[in-house]
Design a protein around this ligand. Sequence first.
Ligand code: AHR
Length: 502
Amino acid sequence: METAKMIIDRDYTLSSTDENLFCSFVEPLGRCIYGGLYEPGHPSADEKGFRRDVLELIKPLNLTMNRFPGGNYTSTFRWEDSVGPKEKRPRRAEVAWQCIETNEFGLNEFAEWSKLNGSDVMMTVNLATRGVLEAMDCVEYCNLEGGTYWSDMRRSHGYTAPHGYKYWCLSNEIDGPWQVGQNTGSNYGLLAREASKAMKLVDPEIKTVLAGSSSPDMPSFPDFDVAALDAAWEQVDYLSVHNYISNLKGDTPNYLAKPLTTDLFFKRIGGLFSYIKAKKRSSHDLFISFDEFNTWHTVAGNERMEKPRWGIAPTLLEDVYNMEDAVALGSMLITVLRNCDLVKIACLSELCNCISHIRTRNGGGCWVLPPYYAFLHFSRYGRGTVLIPRISSPKYDTRDYTDVPYLDAVPVINDDGTLTVFAVNRSLMESMPLRIELRGFEGIYVPDECITMSHPDPKATNTEGNPDNVRPRTGVADVEDGILCADLDPLSWNVIRLRKQQ
Ligand code: AHR
């Protein structure tokens, strides 16, 4: 393959990354919680039933916060069911995933688990089948000190200090026909505006997230978003955007190009923001909350309908992610960084078992799938100031895309001054010579760490018995006279880090 070239100039800054780009999503769906984060009686469970072995895999991800509890789950969620003495909590027919929800693990259990993990909670209220009042009550329960009905109720449940949640999603994917309580953009926009206004009257410190299109392929995109934004603009702070990419047709080169659509989706949403802001002569700004994204291959509806209904925590949406998914996710993460002037919250969907790179066996072990490492590196080394690179890469065409660059990459200056370059080689067959010209970096930069992950078999994955089949290893990069050279393996995820020589 021809050499891919990149210029990184120290002065061409895009934006600093928001702490909230490094988040995940926890939904009481399948075995995400039950049999995942929580399994009383498991040999590694603590006295509360939280699995310590799973927590040990999650902690290194250094998650800022986790969105909870949904997801489609939110649309019939009565938050009050999930608090108070466990023996009094109702069992519900949870219709989104056709399961029984025992409510054994609820709002306060998630607060406790999050404390253990050192992460915050991004709470979702149900505006699909409930209203403004229930949303206000939930803010009061979670955030007020005491002296009111709901805050005293929380105290009586054993939680004296308020949870103090700052970020609140105003329902989820309300544009989707699969949603209980689907709505139009304008109706939903009005409801969300009033809910946000009222919730902020309870706690003026909170920030709210308006639900936007659940995918760039929705026929109602962008009309739904325009109508909802038009109604709620001044009262909300973020627009929720979701995007899952899949390889259902088994066309990997095409699949690996799909983050280009994610990029376009962000740019189009940015255009809608400009339009509404201009139309309203507003000085208010909104940002993107990319609060569900991942690769996802099982067709949710089909899988759900094939299973017997009303099970408790069945195996659902447990895609076995492999090496090519790691590269596809890596490219999505690069896309998030490349748009970090607009995207201020990002939640990888989901944290455990369902659409997740952390897998458990009930009563047994836990292990990680290859994309776990791409997110780990993103969270560990993606914080700082993103630079705008110039990239010239050999290209290819696919069924849905033309001129797809084999190289996808983004540079970040970390707060300690280290330069980190994330890069993927999308070619399945050929390694890629990469030449990066460094401009404006005073002093001599030397390789600090070079991480690479690839495998001769694109479908290779990890299992409980063979958990290290695909894992990162040390790669090679050289810097001479301000030129960085590396050779990227076919279908690889790479992290090249340079530090200033003392
Ligand atoms: O993450 C699984 C589901 O995907 C979520 O519940 C929903 O928001 C999306 O459609």
